[in-house]
Design a protein around this ligand. Sequence first.
Ligand code: FAD
Length: 197
Amino acid sequence: MSENPLQLLVKTYEKVSNCIQTQLAQFIGLPNVPSSHNNGHHSFSLLSSSSSSSKNQPVTSMLIQHSELPKQEKSGGPVTKEELGRATWTFLHTLGAQYPDKPTRQQRKDVKELMAILSRMYPCSECADHFKEVLRSNPVQAGSQAELSQWLCHVHNIVNRSLNKPKFPCDRVDARWGKLDCEQRSCDLQGADKFWF
Ligand code: FAD
């Protein structure tokens, strides 16, 4: 039996709807783009929506309302100097927290090299240049976990001061960063039983 005009209209709408969904998803970089129709029902799997009420919403409003969207857009685009800075400080202070109480000679050497490389390769040239100066007048202190985390706090405060940001109280650095939340301390860096001077 031939389809009635209303059925044809609905099918055409579904095709157009899926096509728009696919194009928009590719444009904004979302995964799980639907590759086919799903038996005549609107497919919102692209937006991984579990809400039944969402089935009646137009595709475009689903895209806008999806809770993951801002995160997806953010992670897809270029980062700002501030975001890069926060991410790098997170890495450095976490390294300070994870650093062994008794580091090996290699670990002490690696941290110094890491900072030197950071001052050359940090992907913000004005920051890198400033950090080079900071390192020159404040050589890396990496003799122990406490020493490294305090040194990091100190140099971060020098950067804070140059940006007119408040000074962070370094006696709070362990409380602020602490050890990495990792099951049974399996992420801890292993140090030496004794110092290798
Ligand atoms: P951030 O300074 O990024 O700090 C993140 C969090 O760390 C804070 O929220 C706070 O909880 C904690 N924190 C703050 N101070 C300390 C501290 N002393 N010890 C421990 N924890 C602390 N930006 C520029 O514009 N110019 C520069 O020259 C420049 N140089 C930089 C050099 C380096 C090596 C790095 C890693 C970043 C640099 N930045 C620079 C970025 C800048 O330091 C900030 O990261 C950015 O401005 C965002 O600041 P924020 O206020 O969000 O907090």
